[in-house]
Design a protein around this ligand. Structure first.
Ligand code: 5GP
Ligand code: MG
Length: 175
């Protein structure tokens, strides 16, 4: 059985389910944009999701990454984000898709959304693979959601537990 630090991992979403949902999301997204746009992925958690999502698009897109961390404890966001690595791209008059791994309290995406808006983006759509809706602290919903998930601690497909487990191909709950 798969384990991290002696804790068993229970499969929640298989590689196949993720793959087929990513395809559906990319169809919806390209139907909406209809022309080249900018994809902004949030490091590190969304690196695999972003890579799979953009490879499933048939429109050529530009891709950039931003690395933010939220102040406070390691497992709960606090409403302030610190930019560790900013974008290289000029956002003036750009239409973009902001991609994250999981929407939890909502603080991270809400803050990043505001930052990107201030940089001049004309349209920002948001896409998350996972949504823990019951955990929301601020009203923020993503335009595209892969799966609604229960309030469990999840690893795999980019998500880590203290930097372990990001490479797992499915998504697992830590028991
Ligand atoms: P929010 O600001 O919405 O509370 O936090 C979103 C961030 O919290 C995600 O990008 C992710 O880094 C982290 N997060 C929330 N839930 C989980 C989880 O179950 N597992 C992992 N590995 N990270 C999580
Ligand atoms: Mg994250």
């Amino acid at each position: 059985m798969l384990q991290i630090r002696g804790r068993p991992l229970r499969l929640l979403l298989s590689e196949e389910r993720i793959k087929s949902r990513v395809k559906e999301l990319s169809r919806e997204i390209e139907e909406h944009f209809g022309e080249p746009f900018l994809v902004v992925g949030l490091l590190k958690g969304a690196f695999i999701f972003t890579a799979d999502l953009v490879r499933s698009l048939s429109i050529p897109v530009q891709i950039d990454f931003m690395w933010v961390s939220s102040y406070g404890s390691s497992q709960e966001s606090s409403g302030h984000v610190k930019v560790i690595k900013d974008l290289d791209t000029d956002l003036e008059d750009r239409r973009l898709l902001l991609v994250d791994d999981i929407l939890d309290t909502g603080y991270t995406l809400r803050e990043v959304y505001k930052l990107l808006k201030l940089k001049g983006a004309t349209e920002i759509r948001t896409c998350v693979l996972l949504d823990k809706r019951e955990r929301r602290k601020v009203s923020f919903d993503a335009d595209y959601v892969g799966f609604e998930v229960p309030n469990l601690f999840l690893v795999g497909y980019g998500l880590d537990w203290d930097e372990e487990g990001r490479n797992l191909r499915g998504i697992y709950a830590v028991e």
